[in-house]
Design a protein around this ligand. Structure first.
Ligand SMILES: Cc1cc2nc3c(=O)[nH]c(=O)nc-3n(C[C@H](O)[C@H](O)[C@H](O)COP(=O)(O)O)c2cc1C
Length: 187
């Protein structure tokens, strides 16, 4: 069974990406996995300042904020799920701030391999390629950090709160949660 952390990106409570996260969590929990949730879009995380003093204290970041709660949650998980709305073709700022601070895992030479990641995303997205920037950014981040891409679910035509109910996104997210492989893929 997997230890999964779901990191959400929206500040909008009960919005489309929250519903997507809930559906995934429902499936994963039903399949017997342990799931924790970190709502990055509603936390206090400032941007990385590049001081490179990561892990010189008992915390990941010398500038204490909610990333120091998130960092050990990620380190104790073997699957990281990013669940986000599409903002300007990429991650929203608060989730991006959390991702920026994951730089501490590199600087602090933390053990990083042996984890899988998943990207769940929704956006207004009426044009082909609208998710390309987000998807490519996610893939390159994983490559740098040493995590394996275990799947991406990108749901278009979701703009207003609840629009995702009109798509097959929630059913697909639940099935992704239900069908997580037990094996940790090490790259
Ligand atoms: C600041 C901002 C930027 C956005 N940028 C995009 C975008 O680049 N492409 C897109 O398709 N939708 C964009 N959207 C629409 C959201 O992705 C969409 O409304 C999504 O369903 C919001 O998810 P949420 O309900 O979980 O917050 C943007 C919305 C906001 C508020």
């Amino acid at each position: 069974m997997r230890n999964i952390i779901v990191i959400t990106g929206s500040s909008r409570k009960n919005g489309n990406s929250d519903l997507l996260a809930n559906a995934f969590i429902e499936g994963a929990t039903k399949a017997g996995h342990t799931v924790s949730l970190f709502e990055a879009g509603r936390k206090n995380i400032s941007g990385c300042v590049g001081c490179e003093t990561c892990y010189s204290t008992e915390n990941a970041c010398s500038f204490n904020d909610d990333f120091n709660v998130l960092a050990p949650m990620i380190e104790n998980s073997d699957m990281i799920v990013f669940c986000t709305p599409l903002y300007w073709y990429t991650f929203p700022a608060k989730l991006k701030a959390a991702i920026d601070k994951m730089y501490s895992f590199l600087i602090g030479r933390r053990k990083r391999k042996g984890k899988d990641a998943i990207l769940l995303a929704c956006g207004d997205a009426h044009n082909d390629g609208d998710f390309d920037g987000l998807s490519k950014t996610y893939e390159l981040i994983l490559k740098s950090i040493g995590w394996n891409d275990a799947g991406q679910l990108l749901i278009a035509k979701t703009y207003k709160i609840g629009d995702i109910n009109k798509t097959d996104g929630l059913e697909k997210a639940k099935n992704m949660g239900l069908n997580i492989k037990d094996k940790i893929i090490t790259i």
